[in-house]
Ligand binder design. Structure first.
Ligand code: UDP
Ligand code: MG
Length: 310
């Protein structure tokens, strides 16, 4: 049977949310009257989510389990969802019900109007700390300013994409991924739909600050050379400054001023330049490391179990 909607949910230790997620997705998708599937990508859960996913799949053929060999992270799980989805439209949704499954119907409406990427904009966020909201708001705006693609602000991975778009994304096998940037980069007709992001129904966030920072660095390095160019800017800035300073100091010394005597000024400028050089080297290292990762060409994720009917 031809599938219209593939709903993809990455799962990392979401056992309390799984039954509710399944129930709400089923109710919403059944009401759409179209054939659908729910792809649950188990990203190395250790809390029994894996068994629960197998159970759901056994009870309902709509559910297709993809089970990873270990925890690979949210982005590789989303990628596996793109790879395994068979639908004409693919929806990525968080498993913790922060993205209400009911919104899928609003996204689908825009898709039927002819849009190929329909992203959900978080008009409001419930139940998140001010720190998360503030860093997220800052992150989206910085990314928007410095990257080469216009990634819509306040959107997450919750979005519907047409088969055409998914087929293009499947060819983009970069390792350090920023899925929402990639889906903006491909073009096509895109539109946003606002929704209210709910609080997590159960469990705790799987995105501690460390992982958010990693994602932010992926977004910046994946879509911009700006950090590399900053080194050039500092180079010109300090070279310009010293060209101005040399005659000033020389004239002052010749005029008998003792203003620049002593080692303090020398030390400060050496330390400053040393710092700038080390930071630039670090940035260069970051990009070189990413090149190295790409060169190794390892798979983005490893599947232990997937449905046979592929
Ligand atoms: N997730 C995952 N692998 C990970 C971390 C998270 O598959 O290593 C999933 C998680 O189960 C959830 C989604 O990604 O379905 C978003 O994670 P979370 O809700 O913890 O992030 P937040 O909403 O707090 O940003
Ligand atoms: Mg969440």
């Amino acid at each position: 049977m031809k599938i219209t909607y593939s709903i993809v949910a990455p799962i990392y230790n979401e056992i309390e949310n799984l039954p509710e997620l399944y129930r709400r997705v089923r109710d919403v998708m059944d009401s759409s009257g179209q054939p659908w599937e729910l792809i649950l990508v188990d990203d190395g859960s250790t809390d029994g989510s894996t068994e629960k996913i197998r159970e759901l799949a056994k009870a309902d053929k709509h559910v297709r389990p993809i089970i990873f060999a270990r925890n690979f992270g949210h982005q590789p799980a989303v990628t596996a969802g793109w790879d395994y989805a068979r639908g004409e439209a693919v929806v990525i949704i968080d498993a913790d019900l922060q993205d209400p499954p009911e919104v899928i119907l609003d996204l689908a409406k825009k898709w039927q109007e002819g849009y190929e990427v329909v992203y959900a904009i978080r008009a409001e966020r419930e139940g998140e700390t001010w720190f998360k909201k503030a860093t997220a708001a800052m992150f989206y705006r910085i990314i928007y300013r410095i990257t080469d693609v216009k990634i819509p602000v306040d959107t997450g991975d919750f979005r519907l994409m047409d088969r055409k778009v998914v087929d293009v994304l499947k060819q983009m096998r970069e390792r350090h991924r920023f899925p929402r940037g990639m889906s903006a980069w491909v073009g096509f007709r895109q539109i946003g739909v606002e929704y209210k992001r709910a609080a997590r129904t159960a469990g705790v966030t799987k995105y501690p600050f460390r992982k958010m920072l990693k994602l932010a660095i992926n977004a910046i390095t994946g879509f911009s050379y700006l950090p590399l160019q900053v080194a050039t800017f500092f180079g010109f800035f300090s070279a310009g400054l010293s060209i101005l300073a040399i005659p000033v100091v020389a004239i002052l010394r010749l005029a008998g001023s003792h203003f620049f005597e002593g080692q303090t000024t020398t030390l400060i400028s050496v330390l400053f330049l040393g710092g700038v050089q080390l930071i630039s080297l670090g940035i260069l290292g970051e990009y070189v490391g990413r090149l190295y990762d790409e060169a190794k060409g390892r798979p983005l994720y490893i599947v232990r179990e997937a449905p046979k009917d592929d």
